[in-house]
Design a protein around this ligand. Structure first.
Ligand SMILES: C[S@@+](CC[C@H](N)C(=O)[O-])C[C@H]1O[C@@H](n2cnc3c(N)ncnc32)[C@H](O)[C@@H]1O
Length: 442
């Protein structure tokens, strides 16, 4: 096993070797210090052609099975062998986590059930946080035998769930697009929440006389108004109730953009639009590495997926670990997030395959740090608003938002295009030249 450092000051590590050995070697220095672990272990699909050794048949694993599991290792079936491979590594990884740290594991249906049971045993079922469904492909494969698989899972366990706090995600033009200001409220753009809810409320059954004259006898069947009559009219006095254009609709409570939390709660559904796709990641890898054996990395993970994990789960100075590093998508994501929020996160990567770690993982890191040209025909849509008669007057604000996005992304992309199609203003980013400067890692 060789351990290599990048820039001596950076604190980043790329380790070449079996992660079982590497983790044991790193443990004395990093035990209890890692805030976020992301791993993308072999999925155990039975596809032996890859260097990933997806079938857990690599000489290293075979040797380990022989030594540790003994003769039985040769006869155990595929799932057992995969579990035998994962178990000691997960036990070790757990010891690296900070008390407020968490582990994120990519997996698909081949092993998700076994992995959940294994993780329940090692981390405790009470520390299970969530399973994310990531939309890894967005086109249906018409030659699929049964279903066209379009998602992977990312399962999340905290070391101590009570101590783990997720960060909110930054608000975006997309998350804010439901807000508008049809009554020119001086508090700015707002959206509304229904007054009724299914939760029982003893004071929530009163009759309401709308300002337009309509009388609503009570909440819809099976629901209750979620505030008392007095509170409703107090809010109305403060122009916080929306009765519709003519003042006769069932009342809705205004929620102002300026008053909502300055972030979005992450959900478990991660669309390709923000989390990327396997094929997008492969195109990007081709741009970074030039010619490389593509079958080595048929399904690399997009840095966008991992960057979101980092946004949700790390502080600016956290250590992020990936012990199945492959092409180094995790390190790429760490560097991108550092650039975005001026952070100083560090990464520890472990990759068993010598060729991969030297000619792909390290090569990628050097290219990302010094900048590379994106050669694909990628078009990324960063803004999309449907123009209607009622929102046409907001065009100056839309243009302002577009300029803001343009400004924010100016270092990542060189060519941008504003497109008007099918009554949608679509702001596209075409052909991008990637990150040239990566703060302290340059
Ligand atoms: C599914 S790939 C990871 C791909 C990576 N997330 C990316 O985006 O490129 C799994 C990687 O783990 C490596 N690997 C498998 N077993 C390992 C082990 N025991 N120790 C270290 N690396 C291992 C494989 O060589 C492979 O590169």
């Amino acid at each position: 096993m060789t351990i290599s450092c990048g820039d001596a000051d950076s604190g980043n590590l790329i380790v070449q070797g079996d992660n079982l050995d590497a983790l044991k070697a790193l443990l004395p220095r990093y035990a209890g210090k890692v805030k976020c672990i992301y791993i993308d272990p072999p999925y155990n699909t039975g596809n032996e052609g890859w260097v990933y050794n997806d079938n857990v048949n690599s000489p290293e694993i075979k040797k380990w099975l022989g030594e540790v599991v003994g003769k039985e290792g040769e006869t155990l079936d595929r799932h057992d062998r995969w579990l035998c491979m994962m178990y000691p590594r997960l036990v070790l990884l757990k010891q690296f986590l900070k008390d407020d740290g968490a582990i994120f594991i990519s997996i698909d249906d081949n092993e998700v059930a076994s992995l959940r049971i294994l993780m329940d045993e090692i981390f405790g079922s009470n520390n299970f946080v969530a399973t994310i469904a990531w939309q890894k492909i967005y086109t249906v494969k018409n030659n699929a035998r049964h279903f066209s698989e379009m998602h992977d899972y990312v399962i999340i366990y905290a070391l101590k769930k009570k101590q783990w706090e997720r960060n909110l995600l930054p608000r975006s033009a997309e998350t804010d697009e439901d807000y508008s200001n049809p009554d020119n409220d001086p508090r700015g753009e707002w959206t509304t929440n229904a007054l009724q809810s299914r939760n029982y409320y003893s004071k929530g059954t009163y009759e309401i006389s709308c300002p337009g004259g309509n009388v609503i006898s009570g909440p819809p069947k099976g629901t209750y108004w979620r505030m008392s009559e007095t509170s409703l009219w107090e809010l109305d006095d403060d122009n916080r109730v929306w009765w519709g254009e003519k003042g006769n609709n069932s009342p809705r409570i205004k929620k102002f953009l300026s008053e909502v939390k300055d972030g979005v709660v992450p959900s478990t559904w991660w669309e390709h639009k923000f989390a990327g796709t396997n094929s997008g990641a492969k195109t990007e890898l081709r741009s970074i590495l030039g010619d490389f054996e593509e079958e080595l990395f048929n399904t690399p993970k997009p840095w966008q997926l991992i960057q979101r994990i980092i946004q949700i789960s790390t502080d600016k100075d956290s250590i992020v670990m990936d012990s199945f590093a492959g092409s180094g998508s995790t390190a790429h994501a760490v560097l991108n997030q550092n650039k975005k929020d001026k952070g100083s996160r560090r990464f520890i990567l472990i990759e068993m395959d010598k060729v991969v770690s030297e000619s792909i993982t390290s090569h990628r890191m050097r290219s990302v740090i010094s900048g590379y040209a994106f050669k694909g025909k990628k078009k990324e849509e960063l803004y999309n608003v449907k123009l209607t008669l009622s929102n046409l007057k907001n065009t100056p604000e839309y243009l302002e938002e577009i300029s803001k996005i343009e400004n924010d992304k100016s270092e990542e992309y060189t060519r941008t295009k504003r497109v008007l199609s099918d009554n949608n203003i679509v702001y596209q980013i075409q052909k991008c030249y990637k990150i040239k400067h990566l703060n302290r890692y340059t």
